[in-house]
Design a protein. Structure first.
Length: 115
């Protein structure tokens, strides 16, 4: 069974940084395309960033230049480095793994940006 566990959420001040990590177990990590989504209260879940098995990356326009997604296949981990945080980045962040039609989700981690 594939399991995803996120780490690293918390409280940051505007302009600050946070680093989210997601560890995947139960399958061959390197074959998965990995994603970070977020969902703020009252909003739909939205894609923040993605990195394919071939390490092609893509970002939502709202985070381009501020967030960086990376992966370490040796550690079965995907990382979202978030800088220049804004209050509108406040949300629950979810890690997701996709391989073909199969998609798996973590439990989410809260990120709050506030002074």
């Amino acid at each position: 069974q594939v399991q995803l566990v996120e780490f690293g959420g918390g409280l940051a001040q505007p302009g600050g940084s946070l680093r989210l990590s997601c560890v995947v177990s139960g399958s061959i990590f390197s074959v998965y395309d990995m994603y970070w989504y977020r969902q703020a209260p009252g909003n739909e879940r939205e894609l923040v960033a993605g990195i394919t098995s071939g390490e092609y990356t893509n970002y939502a326009d709202s985070v381009k230049g501020r967030f960086t997604i990376s992966r370490d296949n040796a550690k079965d981990t995907v990382v979202l480095q978030m800088t220049s945080l804004k209050p509108e980045d406040t949300a629950v962040y979810y890690c997701s793994a996709r391989w073909g039609v199969r998609q798996y989700w973590g439990q989410g981690t809260q990120v709050t940006v506030s002074s």
